[in-house]
Design a protein around this ligand. Structure first.
Ligand SMILES: [Zn+2]
Length: 413
């Protein structure tokens, strides 16, 4: 019989030592020069912090975007870390990162922090971060319509195996018919009204890109009013092209539902918001496509309970992560607890959504701490029934949560 202290220690040890798969990030392999964000200025100009800064200085919004990244970072630092205590989750994240690198938080000297990061070579920095966060690999977001990134794939640049690909479909599904024009320019015979060879040609486009990227899954972010079935281009492309493609190639489709784009356009990347989405859509997709696997996250807190219930009904639905505005301690606790209570161990509790390499450090250390707390509560309640817990059994459960569920769902051996 384990004592409460031993139990806590076993759980903490299992979570801290488990290799993590980060199922969704916006990071890039250093093999794609210019795309990997890293270091203090990129940390400070993360869109979460830009939104927080401009709340205090709405009058500076237009001017902000004309500043260099370094000047933007100066304003963020001054506003959120010097003139006020950095109490928000995104602010605390920066401090967790600085501390992990052994930097002196007492000096509050941005110039010294800059000097430190300037001395890091990108490859070495990837090694440090992966070791610190104990990552097995991260999944990127790879958009074949992004002009810079696209060229690296076309050139066949060798990708670091710690960075896996995910084929992003947003332009195709959210910006048709503009995207039809880009496809046509690249030699695919598509029509804006989806007539003729369009379905076959979009499918050829996906096949070409899947060959280049070898993605683990296909992915799209969707607005709160996303519906399926839908006679509009998005619904037709899903039905006629994407879903059959996923089925045939055994690739899951990742759906990230609930983003209200550019509610405040002047904030740019920081200007998106959240809306409650329709769970019926998720249920229709799952019931009509039993051979397709849906890796799914929703942005609204109001959708979390019904998503968990839907997942109880469909083995082809895997809820993942506490996304964006949900990636805060109070909500991670609540959502993880609810998932554990209703789904047992059959979910993927977290992904980082990191845009800056160093964020992997804080996003994982903060989340792990919360998951340890939730697991401790659950195992304690279990032990109280008289059930015998073992360190090996707990380790196995933790492995499911941090990489095995993901890999099995993705069909990775
Ligand atoms: Zn994302």
């Amino acid at each position: 019989m384990m004592t409460q202290n031993q139990l806590q220690e076993v759980i903490a040890q299992a979570v801290r030592s488990v290799p993590v798969v980060d199922a969704h990030t916006h990071l890039f392999t250093p093999a794609f020069p210019g795309l990997l964000l890293r270091g203090i200025d990129d940390l400070l100009t993360y869109h979460y912090l830009v939104a927080e800064t401009l709340r205090y200085h709405p009058e500076k919004t237009e001017e902000f975007w004309r500043l260099s990244v370094q000047k933007q970072a100066d304003l963020v630092w001054q506003t959120l870390f010097i003139e006020r205590s950095p109490v928000s989750e995104a602010c605390r994240g920066v401090l967790t990162v600085l501390r992990a690198y052994g930097l002196d938080l007492g000096c509050r000297d941005l110039t010294a922090y800059r000097r430190f990061f300037a001395g890091l070579d990108p490859e070495a920095q990837v090694d440090i971060v992966f070791k610190e966060a104990n990552l097995k690999y991260v999944v990127m977001t790879n958009d074949p319509f992004e002009p810079v990134e696209k060229v690296y794939w076309q050139q066949g640049v060798g990708v670091d195996p710690r960075f896996r690909a995910a084929l992003r479909l947003d332009p195709l599904l959210n910006r048709w018919p503009e995207t039809a024009g880009s496809l046509e320019a690249e030699g695919y015979e598509v029509q804006a009204d989806l007539s003729g060879q369009t379905s076959a040609e979009v499918r050829r486009f996906l096949t070409d890109w899947a060959k280049r990227m070898n993605p683990l899954y296909l992915a799209v972010s969707l607005p709160p009013d996303f519906i399926y079935p839908d006679p509009a281009p998005r619904g037709r492309l899903l039905k006629e092209v994407i879903l059959p493609f996923c089925q045939e190639h055994g690739k899951p489709l990742a759906l990230m539902i609930g983003v209200k784009k550019l509610v405040n356009p002047s904030l740019r990347l920081a200007g998106d918001s959240v809306g409650k989405a329709l769970i019926n859509t998720v249920e229709s997709l799952c019931v009509e496509n039993p051979e397709v696997k849906f890796f799914l996250t929703m942005l609204a807190r109001e959708n979390q309970h019904e998503l968990v219930v839907a997942a109880r009904k469909f083995g082809n639905l895997m809820p993942f992560g506490c996304w964006w505005f949900l990636n805060n301690p109070s909500l991670i606790r609540e959502i993880t607890r609810m998932r554990l209570e209703l789904l047992g161990l059959s979910f993927v509790p977290q992904h980082s959504d990191a845009r800056v390499l160093d964020q992997l450090i804080y996003k994982w250390s903060h989340s792990k701490q919360l998951i340890i707390e939730v697991l401790t509560e659950a195992y304690t309640a279990l032990a109280e029934t008289g059930w015998k817990l073992s360190a090996a059994g707990i380790k196995q459960d933790v492995e499911r949560l941090f990489f095995r569920n993901f890999e099995e769902f993705m069909g990775i051996e």
